[in-house]
Ligand binder design. Structure first.
Ligand code: PGA
Length: 246
């Protein structure tokens, strides 16, 4: 079984109720050949899932490791699920940087998400300094080992490789650099998990219509986690089409 193909949109802290119209515009791009998941700000999860656009799933951008309790401002995985989310992004580099999330915290959140029947999109990626220092593969292996819990399977876990220096910058790694990291991720997952060969691996960082075809042709790239270019259907639709055709 080949890994699923997934085009995931990360709206970050962008969008409002009016932006939900983008889903109607995207509806025509739905293709049985790949999954589409949009991860809007938490307040939009329920209105978005309530639109029930066939072929478009909805995800959160974070969840707490605890099931409930005194954690002001946080959201439990089961609450995301209750609001209609099927997925949750965990360990995005912006959360690691802005909120000091560690690999162990990301792993604990992933366990909670799986207990709530959410599919996790777990992010890893090196900084520019780490790449320049020749540490990329070691950093990726370390983040994977620490952030992906033992309960991960090809059904409940998706990995996103997002070089920090490529996010929102318009810069992307070379094809060889992406291939090298994805091969390492695949090898690490295959060594640790019985179905590691079947886990979907996404590339993220300045994916756009103009580079999607090329990126999706790289070995072990099963889709993309897209920020800026996921906000408007006219930008995201060609990326979905490129993935469906890949
Ligand atoms: P970008 O963001 O596509 O805007 O670079 C990707 C991400 O952070 O998931």
């Amino acid at each position: 079984m080949a890994p699923r193909k997934i085009a995931a949109g990360n709206w970050k802290m962008n969008g409002d109720l009016a932006a939900l119209a983008q889903l109607d515009a995207l509806a025509g791009s739905v293709d049985g050949n790949c999954q589409i998941v949009i991860c809007p700000p938490a307040l939009l999860i329920h209105p978005m899932s309530s639109k029930s656009v066939p072929g478009i799933q909805v995800g959160g951008q974070d969840c707490h490791a605890k099931a409930s309790g005194a954690h002001t401002g946080d959201l439990a995985a089961a609450q995301l699920r209750d609001a209609g989310a099927t997925h949750v992004i965990l360990g995005h580099s912006e959360r690691r940087a802005d909120h000091g999330e560690t690999d162990a915290e990301v792993s604990a959140k992933a366990v909670a998400a799986h207990q709530a029947s959410l599919i996790t999109i777990i992010c890893v990626g090196e900084t520019e300094g780490q790449r320049d220092g020749g540490d990329t593969l070691q950093v990726i292996s370390q983040q994977l080992a620490g952030s992906v819990p033992d309960c991960a399977t090809a059904e409940n876990t998706v990995i996103a490789y997002e070089p920090v220096w490529a996010i929102g910058t318009g810069r992307t790694p070379t094809d060889d650099q992406i291939a090298e990291v994805h091969a390492r991720i695949r090898a690490d997952l295959s060594e640790r998990f019985a179905d590691g060969a079947h886990m979907a691996l996404l590339y993220g960082g300045s994916v756009k219509a103009g580079n999607a075809v090329q990126i999706f042709a790289i070995a072990d790239v099963n889709g993309a986690l897209v920020g800026g270019a996921s906000l408007k259907a006219e930008d995201f639709a060609p990326i979905v089409a490129a993935l469906a055709a890949a």
